[in-house]
Design a protein around this ligand. Structure first.
Ligand code: FDA
Length: 508
């Protein structure tokens, strides 16, 4: 009985924070279901039929997390690590073989050191908690992490982590200087004892693969005390197609690194029954309004950005703004459930050549044929610092030459099987259509927008080099091979695994 053996092993371990039984929940515990559902973001995977963990453990100390790893291994159970629960395919809380969830939500201490501009962040913290803690201590320091404040640092940093200041400072993973990780034997390492290969792999090589990262040491970056934000909406009548087309030539290659302008494409039905296609241009400028307006009037005057469209604020307030939480107190960044839970199926693409106006018209046709709001695209500009960092500096390879990344989104609120199937099929077809406009070999994707359609390991995570390279090259390009080498060295029996984890080479 692996379940009984696991609990017996766990309770025999004495840990610094007292009895581990107080943070161990099996299906007989009245808290089990609410705890399981607490951080699930994609409602597609919160169903009665979804496979459930035998046990959930929420350590309050690192040695408790070590005991979970040791005991699951000893008793033959798979472990799924969960930090913020935002995995698009639910891999942090689903498995087809008997498993345990190691949920890090209680390990979320953040220690900001203003003097040397660094911080230690435990993996269970969210991006919002990190922003809040930095803002609490300094209004001239920041960190490049996610737009959505409820995303967990554990998954976010493990896959890269981008946000509104990526063009100036790169990804979260580009700014990590140390980490603590529990290996498959339950041993704890820091950067020095894990070695540079493993330290390279955990900064973007994907979660639940090399071990459990319990904390990260990050380099904070300087931000001006005042930044400028703006959101402007343009419809087709207001030249949206030409503006989006033009944006592709300037957002990555002409705008200064201090300026990030992303676009959301969506559709909305008016009260008159007519559907309007909308392009939202959202801008963050690391500087004052006057300077932003000067840049825009020289390189993108067609947009018609005015002073009234712009608002000056502190950088930490801009994180609230882009999270859609404007007007709320900064404490809203600490709310781990501020994001409304929905059903969704998303995918990603990288664009290297501008998409023509004729093709943009074709995209709008998809928006008008689908149900209102069924399709959304977010275009995130690259260039700047992202083009300067080498493709192999960390596992995340999407650097020079990329104009922008697209996130294709379909989200819905009716959980019936029929609607879900329709939406998933809509996304499959739309992605196929978009294939004509993006690089094909490989058709690249962002590992943190996890998509099991692009290839996956066997059900229990068992796989071959061949099978894994199908999805692995799309996420990691040439870095895939080095990831396999690291995995082979640190976890040769493939203890940490899931449907998209890097496999070790077979033992000789
Ligand atoms: P979760 O806990 O589900 O973990 C994700 C994966 O990492 C799982 O495989 C898990 O096992 C593993 N893992 C988690 N913690 C680990 C640890 N400590 N050690 C080892 N493995 C670990 N991305 C982005 O870059 N910028 C953005 O702005 C956004 N915005 C955004 C909004 C919303 C609403 C969602 C749902 C997602 C995003 N994302 C994003 C994508 C996000 O980066 C991605 O889903 C992350 O993997 C989520 O990390 P969590 O810790 O929340 O997820």
């Amino acid at each position: 009985d692996p379940h009984g053996a696991f609990l017996k092993c766990l309770y025999q371990n004495s840990t610094t924070a007292g009895s581990i039984s107080q943070v161990t929940y099996d299906q007989t515990n009245y808290m089990y279901s609410s705890l399981l559902d607490l951080s699930i973001q994609n409602l597609r995977f919160q169903t009665p039929n979804a496979p459930k963990p035998l046990v959930i453990v929420t350590p309050v100390a690192v040695d408790q997390a070590q005991a979970v790893v040791r005991c699951s291994r000893e008793s033959g159970l798979q472990v799924r690590v969960r930090s913020g629960g935002h995995d698009y395919e639910g891999l942090s809380y689903l498995s087809s073989v008997p498993f345990v969830i190691l949920d890090l939500l209680n390990l979320r201490k953040i220690t900001v050191n203003v003097e040397n501009a660094t911080a230690w962040v435990e993996s269970g913290a969210t991006a919002g908690e990190l922003y809040y803690r930095i803002g609490e201590k300094s209004n001239s320091l920041g960190f490049p992490a996610g737009v959505c404040p409820t995303v967990g640092v554990g998954g976010l940093f493990s896959g890269g982590g981008y946000g509104m200041i990526m063009r100036k400072y790169g990804l979260s993973a580009d700014n990590i200087i140390d980490a603590r990780i529990i290996d498959a034997d339950g041993k704890l390492h820091d950067r020095e004892s894990m070695g540079e290969d493993l330290f390279w792999a955990i900064r973007g090589g994907g979660g639940n693969t090399f071990g459990v990262v319990v904390s990260w040491r990050i380099s904070l970056i300087p931000v001006p005390e005042t930044v400028t934000v703006s959101t402007v909406l343009r419809t087709l009548d207001q030249n949206a197609t030409a503006l989006v087309h033009r944006w592709q030539y300037i957002a990555a290659n002409q705008f200064p690194d201090d300026l990030t302008m992303r676009i959301t494409l969506q559709s909305l039905d008016g009260t008159d029954g007519n559907r309007t296609m909308q392009a939202y241009f959202q801008t963050l400028y690391l500087g004052r309004t006057d300077d932003l307006l000067a840049v825009i009037s020289s390189s993108f005057p067609e947009l018609g950005l005015t002073r009234e469209d712009c608002t000056e604020m502190s950088w930490v307030n801009s994180t609230l703004y882009f999270a859609g939480l404007s007007g709320q107190p900064l404490e809203a960044l600490m709310n781990r459930s501020s994001n409304a839970k929905i059903y969704f199926k998303n995918k990603s693409d990288y664009v290297k050549e501008p998409i023509s106006e004729a093709a943009l018209e074709e995209i709008w046709k998809w928006f008008s044929r689908a149900e209102q709001g069924a399709l959304v695209m977010i275009l995130n500009p690259y260039g700047g610092r992202m083009g300067e960092i080498s493709e192999s500096a960390i596992p995340f390879p999407h650097r020079a030459g990329n104009l922008y990344k697209i996130q294709h989104i379909t989200a819905w609120t009716d959980g019936s099987a029929e609607v879900s199937a329709m939406r998933v099929s809509l996304m499959t077809q739309f992605y196929q259509f978009m294939g004509a406009y993006v690089p094909k070999s490989p058709r690249s994707a962002y590992v943190n927008y996890r998509d099991l359609d692009i290839g996956k390991n066997g059900d229990s995570g068992k796989t071959s080099y061949q099978q894994a390279s199908e999805w692995g090259r799309k996420y990691f390009h040439g870095n895939f091979d080095r990831l396999v080498k690291v995995k082979t060295a640190v976890d040769p029996t493939n203890f940490f695994r899931n449907e998209q984890s890097i496999p070790p080479l077979p033992l000789p």
